[in-house]
Design a protein around this ligand. Structure first.
Ligand SMILES: [Ca+2]
Ligand SMILES: [Ca+2]
Ligand SMILES: [Ca+2]
Length: 244
C-alpha cells in the first residue's frame, strides 16, 4: 500500500496517482529513493518527513538538489551554440495541476545539420519549466523533458513535447533547450529567438507562461509546510516547489 498526503494519509493504489502530484522518475528495482528539492528549501529540511514501506533507502543531501549540470553555451558564439532556437507555440496556457500540457513546439536551425528533411542524430531537444521569473541558465530547479522531432519547417527542425503539470498552483515559465552536439552543450531558446546568429540573444523574460490551477496551494510559510513525499517502491522524486 502506498500513501500520500499530510494528515489524512489518503491511500493511493498506484504511482500513477502519485505521479499526478509530483514529478516521478521510475528507477530500477532496489534503487534508493532520492528526494530532490530546491536549494531554497534546505533550511526547511526538518519540515519534511517521509513514510515508506519496503526496503528503501532515503537519501537527503544538498548535492542531490542539483541535476546533472547543463553546459549552456548561449552568447558564446562557439560552434556548438545552436545558430537559431525558438520556443514557437504555445506561448501560454492554463491547465489543472497534474494535467498533461498541450503540445509544445520549438524549432532549431544549425547550419549543415537541420536543413535536410529528417532529424539529425546529433541534435537533442528538451522542453522544461521552472518557477516564473527564473532563468533556466542559472536556476537548476528547472525540470526538463525530452522532445521528439516533429517535422521540417524550412531549414529548421521542429520538435514537440508534452509534460505533466506540477502539483502547485501558480505561474511557471517554460521553454526549449537544444543541443547540436549530442547533449554536450545546450542552447536555451526563448520566444523571439536565441542562438549564435546575428542579433539573437537569450532573454529569460521572453519565455512561455504556464498557469496551474485547481492544485495545491503554495505554503504561506515554512511552518505550514508538511509532508510532500511518501513512497512505496524503488523510485526517485524531484519536487518542484514554488517560492514562498
Ligand atoms: Ca552553431
Ligand atoms: Ca532536418
Ligand atoms: Ca531572444
Amino acid at each position: 500500500m502506498c500513501y500520500r498526503g499530510t494528515a489524512d494519509l489518503t491511500p493511493i493504489t498506484s504511482f500513477a496517482a502519485w505521479n499526478l502530484l509530483a514529478q516521478q522518475f521510475t528507477r530500477p528495482a532496489t534503487a534508493v529513493v532520492l528526494l530532490l528539492y530546491g536549494a531554497h528549501l534546505m533550511s526547511d529540511l526538518q519540515k519534511f518527513f517521509l513514510l515508506f514501506a519496503g526496503t528503501i533507502s532515503v537519501l537527503l543531501s544538498a548535492n542531490l538538489a542539483r541535476a546533472d549540470p547543463i553546459n549552456w553555451v548561449n552568447e558564446t558564439n562557439q560552434l556548438s551554440e545552436a545558430d537559431f532556437v525558438k520556443l514557437v507555440t504555445p506561448l501560454s496556457f492554463i491547465l489543472n495541476a497534474g494535467a498533461i500540457t498541450p503540445n509544445i513546439d520549438g524549432e532549431v536551425y544549425e547550419s549543415g545539420a537541420t536543413e535536410s528533411a529528417n532529424a539529425n542524430a546529433s541534435i537533442q531537444a528538451f522542453v522544461g519549466y521552472g518557477n516564473a521569473g527564473t532563468n533556466p541558465l542559472i536556476d537548476t530547479s528547472w525540470i526538463w523533458f525530452a522532445a521528439t522531432w516533429y517535422g521540417q519547417v524550412g531549414n529548421n527542425d521542429q520538435y514537440r513535447a508534452q509534460f505533466t503539470a506540477p502539483a502547485y498552483n501558480g505561474t511557471y515559465a517554460y521553454t526549449y533547450r537544444f543541443s547540436v552536439d549530442s547533449g554536450s552543450t545546450f542552447t536555451a531558446a526563448d520566444s523571439d529567438g536565441a542562438g549564435s546568429n546575428a542579433g539573437l540573444t537569450f532573454d529569460s523574460s521572453q519565455l512561455g507562461t504556464m498557469t496551474v490551477v485547481n492544485g495545491l496551494s503554495v505554503p504561506d510559510s515554512a511552518d505550514t509546510f508538511a509532508l510532500l513525499l511518501i513512497a512505496c517502491g524503488a523510485i526517485a522524486f524531484r519536487l518542484l516547489l514554488p517560492p514562498r
